[in-house]
Design a protein around this ligand. Structure first.
Ligand code: HC0
Ligand code: SF4
Length: 591
């Protein structure tokens, strides 16, 4: 234990703590722009966290605390220096906050406001000797439908670079050049779209400003809603309901499903459907695909050609699918052929629901609200539609929905709860679990076990695949007809670093699984790159607990018991993996 004083108040901390920890423990404020709870290290690069330690100015985040330290955060010297550093940053930042997408949600703007940082005249306005310095690299990158980059707004904190490299193991983003030419950029190719970026958006999640952001489409959606030309249909992903409240000032993990639906109706959506319904549909299709692969592997059925390989990998995370296509193309046959729930919903609404209601697919505009940036690219893939129309017309992130609510002065948190529309608003607890890492697995086990054994699963919660650990595994005993028992080995991983390790082990033959769930973002979709940028040590834990609580409070907890899924198969699709189901709900991949 160490003792020190912060602004005259004594605090006690364990050995190894930093000055930042001491200041936080005392409850005093210290600004930070490079440190972030999701980063594995403390870069110490922004230099705005200066505090006085034993009468000398030190960066709080990367200075170790020591016994007897005297720390002051509010001296004139500290405030003056921090304000000066911020003023320098401001002098290199565009003055377009009012039309910026992160206006009101920008860490830099907050600090400028808090320290009343003055606007300095640009050098070119005060000096006759000023020589214009023009960048030789591109300042804007809008090449990807998912993510865009505006280097004018970048404050060079390098959170994104660290995230891409160390959290995601992607090494797509780097810091180039030195001095005033220092800037972030994409390795190998100058355009994001041509780089190996998988558009997971984890870099966007930690960007303190609007330099890296989703490729927004909320303004287009708002125009569509206001023009009333089309029937506007929204779907909301499992993980949005436990995070959208944060955009309205609520604590992480607040469940606001009903208020969110009410808010979407106020925005002008004619129908609001639940992606949980499509997640249930995915379980039916993917579960039966898995069973088919297992039966072939166990020799219970014969295949006409080469049997599809094991392990089968989930295909609902578009960043993971891109990773397989670009870096592990030999594993493409291992990917489930199922479209993701987002796409299954779009296909079902446009092909089945429209027919049921005598509508043409062109009459409907399908908008997804997703916790994800990569879903924007998934929806734009040419194979995701048929007969000249797309399954999904627009994808908005959770953050964009929050922005739309604020723009339209809709105080979502105070709205009376509304419910999803029939029939695609009915989802099971299994469907909502998809939002957590391990959720697809748990949902699949609930259905596959009962379909194969004809018995109820003794415990619905599969504890081995719960929690935020990067890689988890479990095995399941399945009793087939007669006395044969088979063991199914499953694994779950989230975060690309963990996915890569698992893939390497599978390739090396040191890991032997039948079914593997992969989500690119740490924690799964609850930690998606399109989620609110709430900072805090336990944001993911709270969102995760909220997802589990929604499931455990539901009566309908298994995908195969969803009455609307049963009706869909009875009336239109026949049975899982039927020809019609394949036409609408399955896809192909390309390297
Ligand atoms: Fe997910 Fe999904 S669970 S990827 O994480 O599978 O984005 O929430 O919507 O599609 O359902 C994201 C979340 C989804 C899809 C579902 C899956
Ligand atoms: Fe790296 Fe993901 Fe950002 Fe692409 S989206 S640059 S892969 S962190």
């Amino acid at each position: 234990q160490m003792h020190m004083t912060v602004n005259g108040r004594t605090v006690t901390l364990p050995k190894g703590s930093s000055i930042y920890d001491a200041v936080s423990k005392a409850g005093a404020f210290v600004p930070v722009l490079c440190k972030h709870p999701r980063l594995p290290n403390t870069p110490g690069s922004c230099r705005v966290c200066l505090v006085e330690v034993d009468k000398r100015l030190k960066p709080a985040c990367c200075t170790p605390a020591h016994e007897g330290a005297v720390i002051n955060t509010d001296t004139e010297d500290v405030v003056h220096t921090v304000t000066g550093t911020l003023a320098l940053l401001r002098s290199n930042h565009p003055e377009d906050c009012m039309s910026c997408d992160v206006n009101g949600k920008c860490e830099f703007q907050d600090l400028i406001n808090r320290y009343l940082v003055p606007k300095w005249p640009k050098l070119k306005d005060v000096s006759d000797d000023y020589i214009e310095h023009t960048a030789t690299w591109s300042l804007y990158d809008q090449s990807s439908p998912a993510i865009k980059l505006d280097l004018e707004k970048c404050i060079k904190c390098s959170r994104c670079v660290t995230t891409c490299e160390e959290v995601q193991g992607m090494n797509v983003l780097g810091m180039f050049n030195r001095g005033r030419d220092r800037h972030i950029g994409f390795y190998h190719e100058s355009d994001l779209e041509l780089s190996k970026c998988i558009e997971c958006g984890q870099c966007v999640s930690v960007c303190p400003v609007g330099a890296l952001s989703e490729h927004t489409s909320w303004r287009q959606v708002l125009s569509l809603l206001q023009s009333k030309r089309k029937i506007m249909v929204a779907q909301t992903a499992p993980a949005v309901r436990v995070a959208i409240g944060e955009e309205a000032g609520l604590a992480p993990g607040s469940v606001t499903t009903g208020q969110m639906v009410a808010g979407l109706k106020r925005l002008g959506f004619d129908y609001v459907f639940d992606t949980d319904f499509a997640a249930d549909l995915t379980i039916m299709e993917e579960g039966m695909e898995l069973l088919q692969r297992l039966k072939l592997a166990w020799g219970l059925e014969k295949s006409a050609g080469t049997p599809p390989p094991l392990p089968m990998f989930t295909s609902c995370c578009p960043a993971w699918v891109t990773l397989v296509e670009t870096e592990y193309p030999e594993l493409i046959p291992n990917l489930s052929s199922c479209k993701s729930p987002q796409q299954m919903m779009g296909a079902t609404v446009k092909a089945v629901w429209c027919k049921r209601n005598n509508l043409q697919p062109e009459d409907v505009c399908m908008v997804s609200i997703m916790p994800c940036t990569a879903k924007k690219h998934e929806a734009a893939r040419p194979e995701m539609g048929r007969d000249g129309y797309k399954d999904i017309d627009h994808v908005l992130t959770t953050r964009e929905l929050g922005r739309m609510f604020r723009f339209q002065h809709i105080d979502m948190a105070s709205l009376p709860k509304d419910s999803y529309d029939d029939p695609m608003g009915t989802g099971s607890g299994a469907g909502v679990l998809f939002g957590n890492t391990g959720g697809v697995m748990e949902a699949a086990v609930r259905t596959v076990y009962e379909v194969v054994t004809g018995k109820e699963l003794p415990h619905l919660s599969l504890e081995a695949v719960r929690g935020l650990k990067g890689t988890k595994e479990a095995s399941l005993q399945l009793q087939l007809d007669g006395d044969t028992t088979k063991t199914v080995r499953v694994a779950v991983c989230s975060g690309v670093v963990n996915a890569r390790k698992l893939v390497e082990d599978v390739r090396a033959g040191t890991a032997n699984y039948d079914f593997v769930e992969v989500m690119s973002c740490p924690g799964g979709c609850i930690g998606g790159g399109g989620q609110p940028k709430t900072k805090g040590p336990d944001v993911l834990q709270r969102r995760m607990a909220a997802v589990y609580s929604i499931d455990s409070n539901m009566h309908l907890r298994k995908s195969h018991e969803n009455p609307q899924i049963k009706k869909l198969y009875a009336d239109e699709l026949g049975k899982p993996n039927s020809e019609e189901a394949h036409h609408l709900l399955h896809t192909k991949y390309h390297d």
